[in-house]
Design a protein. Structure first.
Length: 365
């Protein structure tokens, strides 16, 4: 459902069915948290938060672009990015934002948060809210942003070290008390270039190999219809091949078990991707633990959790690198065919990808 549209119908309804259902499940399982309540109610988190507007301390926000430029003033915060296959969490201070200029069809901002990079594609953000849960702890304050379907994209939570005066000032400035049903972005996101000649697999593979950089590659994908999974499924096996979704867990375990000597334990890049946000962790992961359905790893000042049952397809893909030479990726897709997670060796403009990590990825089946 579209959480922002639903606000038009919820407004003024004292006993809305969804809100009553939330109260019931919350009373029965008070410590479970919003993610679990959302699953039990089979309703996106954004829709649930929308049902709380006017009934609890949940206020719609306006002007997300300006909000982003004030995030650094909050000082220390905890930031969670989410998709259907997992999440990244870290604490730190937002850097000043930089405009994302790689794709003229997208409205994006880039941030640093310690060793973590965040790319926020704001044209896919539909509504946001400030939330104040019961209690006096800073952790009860959060800013939450959702897509049109009510799926959580980004959550910024106060912690010890947050500037609470700056937090209150931000909420006072951007809480939209009069226009609760107004979306952050009324227009749909811009579309990438499409409509080029559809190439046969051999010609597509040749064009892929000839792509000098990622910009040209993205244009090629758009010309082939924009469905990334469909495009890589047509490439020859030297460029893309299917592997088991469990390969991600297997690769992380292999990297964690490498010797601690930095010369033998190269840096890995872990991307969590949604339409509205890309979170990038770089470093040498450590194991935090796993359950039957969840595998968690620790990174420099951050943690990552993968929901194993949500991993649907995986491919090993070769692409032009951002720096020297080509780059090898393990890419994992959700049940809707959307790219959700990727692992790749870290490279820069002077150094090619690690042969150790490349061989590990290429050995996956």
């Amino acid at each position: 459902m579209n959480a922002q549209v639903e606000l038009l119908h919820h407004k003024g309804m004292k006993n809305h069915p969804l809100y009553l259902a939330l109260k019931g499940v919350r009373e029965a399982h008070p410590k479970a948290g919003m993610r679990a309540w959302s699953q039990w109610l089979a309703t996106p988190e954004g829709e649930i938060q929308a049902s709380r507007v006017g009934r609890e301390k949940v206020w719609p926000l306006q002007d997300v672009f300006s909000i982003c430029y004030r995030l650094a003033a909050l000082k220390q915060v905890e930031v969670c990015t989410v998709n259907a296959c997992g999440w990244h969490v870290s604490r730190g201070q937002f850097s000043a934002p930089d405009l994302y200029l790689d794709d003229p069809h997208r409205l994006g901002l880039q941030f640093r948060l310690g060793q973590r990079r965040l790319l926020l594609m704001l044209d896919h953000w539909y509504w946001g809210c400030a939330v104040e849960e019961a209690g006096e702890q800073p952790q009860n304050l959060s800013l939450q942003f959702f897509d049109r379907q009510g799926h959580l994209l980004l959550k910024v939570q106060a912690v010890e070290g947050t500037d609470l005066d700056a937090w209150a000032s931000l909420v006072d400035a951007f809480a939209d008390y009069q226009n609760a049903s107004r979306p952050l972005f009324a227009a749909t996101a811009g579309q990438a270039e499409t409509g080029g000649e559809v190439l046969d697999p051999e010609a597509l593979s040749l064009a892929w190999r000839r792509a000098p950089d990622r910009t040209v590659l993205n244009r090629l994908i758009g010309q082939q219809g924009g469905d990334y999974l469909a495009v890589i499924s047509r490439l020859d096996v030297g460029l893309a091949r299917g592997v088991a979704p469990s390969s991600l867990q297997h690769l992380l375990r292999q990297v964690i078990q490498l010797p601690s000597n930095p010369n033998h334990r190269p840096q890995l890049v872990f991307n969590l991707v949604s339409q509205g946000c890309q979170s990038t962790l770089t470093g040498q992961p450590i194991r935090l633990g796993s359950t039957q359905d969840r595998d968690c790893s620790g990174w420099s000042g951050a943690s990552a959790c993968v929901l194993l049952s949500q991993l649907d397809q995986a491919f090993v893909v070769r692409k032009p690198g951002a720096g020297a030479g080509w780059q090898t990726y393990l890419e994992v897709f959700d049940a809707w065919g959307r790219l959700a997670l990727s692992l790749t060796p870290s490279i820069d403009s002077k150094q090619a990808e690690s042969l150790v990590l490349r061989d590990m990825i290429n050995s996956l089946t």
